[in-house]
Design a protein around this ligand. Sequence first.
Ligand SMILES: [Zn+2]
Length: 197
Amino acid sequence: MQANPLLGLIAQLKKLPGVGEKSAQRMAFFLLSLSEKEVAEFAREALETRRRIRYCERCFNISLAQECYVCLDSNREPGTLCVVADPKDIFAMERMGAFKGRYHVIGGLISPLDGIHPDVLRFSELRSRLVSEHISEVILAINPTVEGDTTALYLQQYLEGCGVSVTKLAHGLPMGGDIDYADELTLQKALIGRVRV
Ligand SMILES: [Zn+2]
């Protein structure tokens, strides 16, 4: 008996986040409807992006150059840094559009059980930037989870005496929720109503 000819392709597509059997099947048939050239273009774009992407040397956002497009944008307000765990949170904040400062990606959240201790996160790089970029406010846009709260508390203590005000996004973000999944309006309200840590 011949195997399902789409089996391999569907298995790959199901690796994408939020894609189940049904969506994978639909995508597989869509790909079949494209010309060979279009499929090659699709695959090449994915591969090329994966190959070329690097981390911004200043904020650790993903970037195609030494510094990312946010850091290079001279229209950004100086003096404010938004601290996020992961580059995908920058994309969520940018979709919302109300934040005009720059970012700093710490690279995760403190979680001793998973071996993520403060020394593996980019805290010292953050502290250096406070001085070199004359930062007056650090806004923590960190998911309201146990790890997120632990990290926020640690950062608040770590930055004490640096002369910056440390605030975090207001509640309204669902507890245990993910910044990446918050809608733009909720995120905007959370930014406006930010509170001191
Ligand atoms: Zn950057």
